[in-house]
Design a protein around this ligand. Sequence first.
Ligand SMILES: Cc1cc2nc3c(=O)[nH]c(=O)nc-3n(C[C@H](O)[C@H](O)[C@H](O)COP(=O)(O)OP(=O)(O)OC[C@H]3O[C@@H](n4cnc5c(N)ncnc54)[C@H](O)[C@@H]3O)c2cc1C
Length: 426
Amino acid sequence: MRVVVVGGVAAGLSAASRARRLDASLEITVLEKGRRISYAACGLPYLIEGQVASVDALTVYKPEKFERERNIRIRTGAEVVSLQHPRRELVLANGERVKYDRLVWTSGAREVKPSEYADDPRAFVLHTDADAEKLQGYLRDRNPKTAAVLGGGYIGLEMATALRARGLKVSLYQETTDLLGREDAFLTGALLSHLERCRIETHLNTRAPARLDADLILTATGLKPNVTLAAEAGIELGRTGAIRTTETLETNLHGVYAAGDCAETTHVVSGRPIWLPLGTTANKMGRIAGANVTGRRERFPGIAGTSLVRVGGLAVGLTGFSELQARREGFSPVVARISAPGKARYFWGRQVQVELTADRSSRRLVGGSVLGDEGVAGRVNVIATALTMRMTVDDFAQLDLSYAPPYATAMDPLLIAAQQLLHLLD
Ligand SMILES: Cc1cc2nc3c(=O)[nH]c(=O)nc-3n(C[C@H](O)[C@H](O)[C@H](O)COP(=O)(O)OP(=O)(O)OC[C@H]3O[C@@H](n4cnc5c(N)ncnc54)[C@H](O)[C@@H]3O)c2cc1C
């Protein structure tokens, strides 16, 4: 049986590898239009900051490794321009036709560059390895002193602090009143204070001026699922605009699966469709799609909307909904916000801020955030687990969390927040 995977990064390679692990007899081909496969786009801001030497250092596997060790044929520079499902055929840009029996579509997302900067030689996006190399070249050759970053999502924030760390004077513009798209005034307030400490001038609720006076402009104003070809071929899109799939990640075209940034999934808290293009989700969806092309029927359960971002030394972990988002989803949110040391004071424990949101009537946790300089990932992951298991605050407050003075406190900040939430619910 011929399995073809379109896209050779997180979702695509996870799918191809899982399919191979489960079935040695498959003929597996990955078609990737770019010249690299398997690079970690998540590391690109750190490359720009200077903490990572080159894009090659972000490349997890070279094509030869897949071919030699996994017997997966990798074709780079192979752009699919048409999908003709009735004939089980893909057409490549060079006119070649590639046949498949089962197909995994992982075409990713695309960056939307505002039209006013389309031809501005100072303007860059950061979405692919090629974008990063272009930007690196500009930083090296032109030595810009000032930068304007457009967009206060995680890429905008990571890039603002990366450029600042390189010594540029940075202004950040965000059209809405929120940062990180969380619609959380407390979180935005904490981030604003931190950005000020990093000496990044931040303009919220502000469209960047038409004539920006900056040597470098980085636009990070939004992503869209890259689904034009799929839609032209008759693959149904969901209401988020990304590809709609069943729980087994099959599209409406029989034998065609979709995974990663091009596909929507279900929010485990609300049960509604969500499109949140993240690498961790792409890898997990890819594994499921890869299993199912071999004939299995594994389910992808959805996501809690968990993300983690570093903003100039501050780690921010988010999961589920903020208070405002929870209300919009139909919950009656009750919120506890606390600040407590993340480890014993005599081990220089610094403050960790925790926000926990629960639904008043069901007492279920529906969201949370953690901010601090260490121990953030572990704590937000505990909240994400609780959301996935539909835990009530009552159960969450009884969790047996670990303690040793160099790493944690006897009463973890998560449990302190849960206690406060219980008081508010009483
Ligand atoms: C700067 C940056 C920082 C990030 N940081 C994080 C992070 O910290 N944590 C996190 O979880 N996520 C992060 N992400 C997101 C993460 O990188 C993506 O979610 C992930 O790469 C998605 O994987 P994918 O395989 O679905 O899509 P992609 O990685 O976009 O891969 C899709 C591939 O398909 C190829 N393709 C598209 N159309 C065709 C075609 N017609 N023919 C052939 N090939 C085609 C593309 O060339 C591309 O290589 C970050 C992304 C960026 C850009």
